[in-house]
Design a protein around this ligand. Structure first.
Ligand SMILES: [Fe+2]
Ligand SMILES: [Fe+2]
Length: 331
């Protein structure tokens, strides 16, 4: 696969943000009372306190916000960690809440996964990123098994845009679908695959956003830097006891090709771990169906046709067949 198919990014330093947005779907009035919640008003940079510790959010407030079409509120950047721990403590409640439609629960999880990854990636703390990925991987497998979400639900709920954390969360859900499709049923293995997928582009931390989104041709040095991300990711993670070889190979080998024309090493066929092969397919699928800074996302049928053409060349033919059948059956 070419370097162009996985150009997601971690943004390079940007102006200090005072507030960060959070989806209201993640707010449960019975447990979010410790957060000060702000609403944006007027120009982009103006916020006013909506509800706080001494006047907490109610179910009625949420109803009214939804009726007004408000999907996000804001917290101060200093409260991000408190919000992350609130989410982690309460995510199971959302996922297990059978009164919410499965698609809504999936949307919450997908959003929370993106937010959680963004927060830990941007702090640059690899241990925390691994821990957050393990949590999110477990929740993803839990929800996808419990609610038996079909590929159609997953595909239609997913946001097809260009953002590292959107991409990683999408690759995670798709990996679970494909893993199940090829017959992996053990929850522990599915969780390992989900976590590996969330981490697959962790080596992009530190690569400037401008470079990863550059629409023009890349110089040799620029290409080399981008193509270093599987090696950098592997080097960052390889000494962590909690990660398995298969997960590390998802990080290290997801840009290898079955014909040996991939990177970073150019290994071929069986030399690529099956989970690396699996990650390669869903990685390219998400990259091509999503909007990029330099092109619109392609229609699913075009992308499946591309995968067919790559079947047995760049990508494992058995897994491509399985993925095509999962997606054509349900989408
Ligand atoms: Fe990727
Ligand atoms: Fe990648």
């Amino acid at each position: 696969m070419t370097s162009a198919v996985c150009l997601t990014s971690v943004k390079s330093p940007k102006p200090e943000r005072r507030y960060v947005s959070i989806p209201i779907a993640t707010l449960d009035p019975s447990s979010c009372y410790k957060l000060d919640l702000y609403e944006q008003h007027g120009s982009e940079d103006q916020y006013r306190l909506f509800r706080g510790r001494d006047f907490p959010l109610t179910a009625d407030d949420l109803e009214k916000l939804r009726a007004r079409g408000v999907k996000r509120l804001y917290i101060r950047t200093g409260e991000q960690q408190a919000y992350q721990s609130y989410l982690r403590d309460n995510l199971s409640n959302f996922i297990e809440n059978e009164s919410l439609p499965a698609t809504q629960r999936f949307q919450i999880l997908n959003q929370v996964t993106q937010d959680c990854l963004q927060e830990t990636f941007e702090r640059g703390d690899v241990s925390e990123t691994v821990e957050a990925s393990r949590d999110m991987g477990r929740h993803t497998v839990n929800l996808m098994s419990r609610a038996d979400l079909v590929a159609h639900d997953v595909f239609s709920m997913i946001k097809h845009d260009f953002h590292t954390f959107t991409h990683s969360a999408n690759v995670c859900s798709y990996s679970v679908l494909l893993a199940k499709g090829i017959g992996i049923v053990a929850p522990e293995q599915l969780e390992e695959i989900a976590t590996g997928a969330l981490l697959h582009d962790v080596g992009k931390i530190g690569i400037p956003y401008e470079l990863l989104t550059k629409p023009d041709a890349l110089s040799d040095e620029e290409r080399e830097l981008i193509q270093s991300h599987p090696t950098v990711g592997f080097a960052r993670l390889c000494r962590r006891e909690k990660l398995t070889w298969g997960q590390l190979m998802m990080v290290y080998q997801h840009h290898e090709r079955m014909d040996g024309k991939g990177y970073p090493v150019g290994v071929k066929g069986d030399e690529i771990h099956p989970w690396g092969q699996l990650c390669a397919i869903v990685d390219v699928f998400d990259a091509l169906t999503s909007d990029r800074p330099y092109h619109r996302g392609q229609h699913i049928t075009e992308v499946l046709a591309y995968l067919e053409r790559e079947s047995g060349r760049g990508l494992d033919s058995g897994m491509v067949k399985c993925w095509t059948s999962i997606m054509s059956r349900n989408c």
